[in-house]
Write a protein that binds this ligand. Sequence first.
Ligand code: ZN
Length: 365
Amino acid sequence: MAYDLLIKNGRIVDGSGMPSFHGDVAVKDGKIVELGKLSGPAKRTIDAEGRAVAPGFVDNHCHYDAQVTWDPLCSFSPDHGCTTVVFGNCSLALAPVRPGTEKRVAEFLSYVEAIPMEVLNTVEIDWETIPQYMERLDQHLGVNVGNLIGHSAVRYYVMRDDCQKRTATDDEIKTMQDVVRDGMKAGALGLSVSRNKGHYDPQGVHIPALWADEKEIFALGDVLREMGTGIIQSGGGRAAELKDGLMARLSEATGRTVVYNNLGQTVREPDLWKKHMARVEETSKAGIRAYPLCSPNRTTQSFTMRNCQTFRGAPTWHPILLSSDEEKLKAYADPAIRQKLHDEVVEFKVEVPAAGYSRKWYDYM
Ligand SMILES: [Zn+2]
């Protein structure tokens, strides 16, 4: 057979879970037609000696909701070998959005993910519903995308400013379910919720999804159960899972896979990961698909004193981080305040919800 493309001498990782092997990959009409030791003629041959030949990776946790509108490749991910990206994580999304509230919806994404509003303000939001947003992306996309429906955006859409004040009424939950259903019908990959108590808006108030009680979360998940499709992602589900098995219960009740943040080491409880691993072992043995994500690398964050988001939630840091640059400079120059800042994140003298930095983070500066 004459191939269109022959990739020779690579280490093939075929994505099936089988061990890698040395060999060739042949492509014809856009599809892989043969694997092994191949010698057929080809229009183009690539020598992959010393390299791995693998399917594209899935970048399963990113926040390209805005970037995708001006960068249809979501460049950072393909640059690292990913061909599929999943965004809309952690309950944050740019749809649905009522006309006139674009800035507010963007603020949630901006503050949690440290994407400056100066950047988000340049996004031309010409959609309202999730199907409209996805339609817009479809017209101009260079990477495979899985779009999650963000609970914070949905909650704000339905409850307006009350979404950061109280639990939802039965009617409001029903309306939120309708929004989720319409999004799923349009092809969304699933739903994202949040239990991350370290996620705030620029005014220092917890993001909308954190105001939801379990009844609301389960009701939204129930839409996916009814439809028999979709995954559920949760920002910061670890504490909730270890407390009373919320992630496992959500997966069990909906029959859907739940992925949540995260299996990792935390500075204040260095051995917590062992307890967490044991918990995951127990639930997966019971056939429950609730999986914590785990980064294969040490997670390093870069920040400046203008926006040290890592320290949000720490009592002295938090109000300073919300203040103007001028006020920040004043606070940072005050020896008494500096001592308090030091006590909180270097001496670890206070409890900070969802703090996940290393005990010696300052060694990396
Ligand atoms: Zn996230």
